[in-house]
Design a protein around this ligand. Structure first.
Ligand code: C2E
Ligand code: CA
Ligand code: CA
Length: 609
């Protein structure tokens, strides 16, 4: 694992290791290695064949020897054609095997031709092998091949007394020179693939590596995913703190991400504050989850993720990730979108609906069980879609949750409801209750967001109730619980919504930062017209009061239900009996009337029975 940041620069040169441990140079792509190996094998084979063909038969080299040479050479030609056609699917180590094989074949032919000048001509083919080894493999692998080549020339000298030392020296010297020049030049050329500031591969280097990874994915069947990442706050840092600080920020980001992404991944710098991540062996959803986990420790970023599909080219795969990034940025940034799921599209649909004013907030009265006086209202979101009419929150809330748009929507509802409630008569102690999704609650700055809304709208905190479900709190996120505790300390009240539908642990309930229990409407619905008692309701209200919580029964549709609830000590009711969710003016007028005639009920005012 690339846990040592100082190794990031070294690893970038050889990000892919073959399983056998042979490392390829940075420009080694499967197709390039295959094409070059094919050309070397075919040329070497043809030359060997021609040498055998034109060699005179003498007492040392009889017919059989020349025939063997011709067959071996033909074999090399056939192997070369095969590598040319199918070689790009071979793993990196197979090409190193071809290097070793070519040294063996040349050595065999030299040995068969020993004593003749043709052997020296064939030995000169080793120069091409030296070049190949140092071009496509790292120094260590190249040196292994070079040691074998030098060893082979020395063995040839030992088995061939009359071979002049001058020829041995020139052959060895030539091979070493070619190895050195090729190795140095290829590494200098690779510098063009590297970003000078971060030491990561640049866009060009990334494209090379992506091409190579795609070839591997095609051979193995994947998976492989790519992410493009944009640092949301970089421009701000650069402008406010200057370029040197911006550069330091980018270097830190690059170093941390290399460590977090792990050893199999390749991180590259695409542009000024754009990065790319290539993760072989990782699915789209795994990479998305990994990036989301980065958010806990990393500066804010937007990301687009795309997974390799059969037939993908680097540019096709890259542009799918870019489109997902574009959608993530259009959605306000700070998000990870993946190509292929509908989240980007749904996000844009919901966001344009909000911008076009298709969302409104309806208010449903909450009344005191005994007196029927309005004590507040729940703010419920409504979506009236042009052309298709009202869409139920049961449909669009889960959609908004899955795309992440819920945070924007909930924030908008909170601001709208607080602004509305701030206009309600002050002499009626009415509260507005607002639903909070789990996602919103887990935002690190949630507490501050609510405080800011209260300050902006002028609503006293005592007039706001936030409704959270048990399951949201079950997540046991210290961030969420801490935000709720701080809000309570400021005077905001917390209600547990839909109580009884989730997993309710009594000891947990005791420790939750809550003030109100909203009894789910399934309990209310179970109260029939002839029921004198409702033991479950009695148990819940008893428990709630023992814990210092007030109770609100949801879904009260009939008078007999309201009567039973009042008898069992339920503090407040909400339901169609008292009023449906409706326009803000209605609740405002009811509260104004109540302010004038202190005991007026909502149903008296609206005429609802
Ligand atoms: P909820 O928080 O339990 O809201 C109460 C739901 O019960 C509302 O449905 C309301 O119209 C309905 N209701 C009220 N009285 C009665 C009744 O007497 N009988 C029956 N059968 N139903 C009644 P709605 O408005 O369709 O909302 C459904 C859910 O959508 C809400 O359930 C809440 O979970 C979610 N939701 C609504 N607005 C928001 C919002 O602004 N943010 C978030 N995060 N969720 C919201
Ligand atoms: Ca609710
Ligand atoms: Ca509810």
């Amino acid at each position: 694992m690339a846990t040592d940041p100082s190794r990031a620069g070294a690893d970038r040169r050889t990000p892919f290791r073959s399983r056998q441990g042979v490392r390829s140079s940075v420009i080694a792509t499967g197709p390039a290695m295959a094409r070059t190996a094919a050309a070397c094998y075919v040329t070497g084979g043809v030359l060997g064949f021609l040498v055998a063909l034109v060699s005179p038969v003498d007492e040392i080299r009889h017919d059989t020897t020349l025939r063997v040479i011709a067959v071996v050479s033909l074999g090399a030609v056939i192997a070369g054609v095969g590598v040319g056609l199918f070689g790009s699917r071979l793993p990196r180590s197979a090409f190193f095997g071809l290097v070793l094989l070519s040294i063996g074949l040349i050595g065999f032919e030299v040995w068969l031709q020993r004593g003749h000048p043709e052997a020296i001509a064939i030995a000169s083919l080793l120069v091409a092998v030296s070049m190949y080894a140092f071009f496509f493999f790292d120094w260590a692998a190249g040196l292994v091949a070079e040691a074998l080549i030098v060893g082979l020339i020395v063995v040839a000298k030992l088995g061939w007394d009359t071979l002049p030392w001058g020829v041995v020296v020139v052959l060895i010297g030539l091979n070493l020179l070619i190895a050195l020049i090729t190795g140095s030049l290829v590494r200098a050329a690779a510098e063009a693939d590297v970003d000078g500031l971060t030491g990561l591969p640049n866009r060009r280097g990334f494209d090379h590596l992506l091409q190579e990874a795609l070839t591997d994915a095609e051979r193995t069947g994947g998976p492989l995913s790519v992410a493009v990442v944009d640092l949301d706050g970089f421009t701000r840092v650069n402008e406010r703190q200057g370029r040197p600080e911006g550069d330091r920020w980018l270097r830190t980001f690059a170093r941390d991400w290399v460590v977090q992404a792990g050893p199999g991944a390749v991180m590259a710098r695409h542009g000024s504050d754009d990065f790319a991540l290539l993760c072989p062996g990782t699915t789209c959803s795994e990479l998305t989850a990994q990036l989301e986990a980065f958010r806990e420790t990393q500066p804010e970023f937007s990301a687009g993720v795309a997974a390799w599909q059969v037939g993908d080219t680097p540019s096709l795969l890259g542009s799918r990730a870019e489109i997902a990034l574009y959608e993530a940025k259009c959605s306000g940034g700070g998000r990870t979108f993946s190509s292929g799921d509908a989240s980007g599209e749904s996000w844009l649909m919901l966001s344009s609906a909000l911008a076009n004013g298709e969302f409104t907030v309806a208010y449903q009265p909450i009344v005191q069980s005994v007196t029927g006086a309005v004590t507040g209202a729940e703010a419920l979101l409504r979506w009236n879609r042009p052309g298709s009419g009202p869409v139920s929150p049961v449909e669009f809330i889960p959609l908004a949750e899955s795309t992440g748009f819920i945070s924007t929507l909930d924030h908008w509802v909170l601001e709208t409801a607080c602004r509305e409630a701030a206009t309600w008569p002050r002499n009626v102690p009415a509260k507005v209750t607002v639903n909070v999704s789990g996602r919103e609650l887990h935002q690190p700055d949630y507490y501050q967001q609510v405080v800011d809304v209260l300050i902006r709208t002028g609503l006293p905190p005592q007039r706001l109730v936030l409704e959270v479900t048990e399951s949201t709190m079950e997540a046991d996120s210290p961030v969420a619980l801490d935000a709720l505790r701080r809000l309570r300390a400021d005077g905001v009240r917390i209600a547990i919504d839909d109580f009884g539908t989730g997993y309710s642990s009594l000891s947990r309930l005791h420790h939750l930062p809550a003030d109100i229990l909203k009894i789910d409407r399934s309990f209310t619905a179970s109260i029939g017209p002839h029921d004198a008692g409702a033991p479950l309701i009695a148990a819940i209200t008893g428990l709630a009061h023992a814990l210092g919580l007030t109770t609100v029964a949801e879904g009260v549709e009939h008078r007999y239900q309201a009567d039973v609830l009042a008898r069992h000590g339920c503090d407040e009711n909400q339901g169609w009996l008292h009023g449906r969710p409706d326009a803000p003016a209605l609740i405002h007028a009811a509260l104004a009337a109540q302010a004038r005639r202190s005991a007026v009920t909502f149903e008296q005012h609206t005429g609802v029975r």
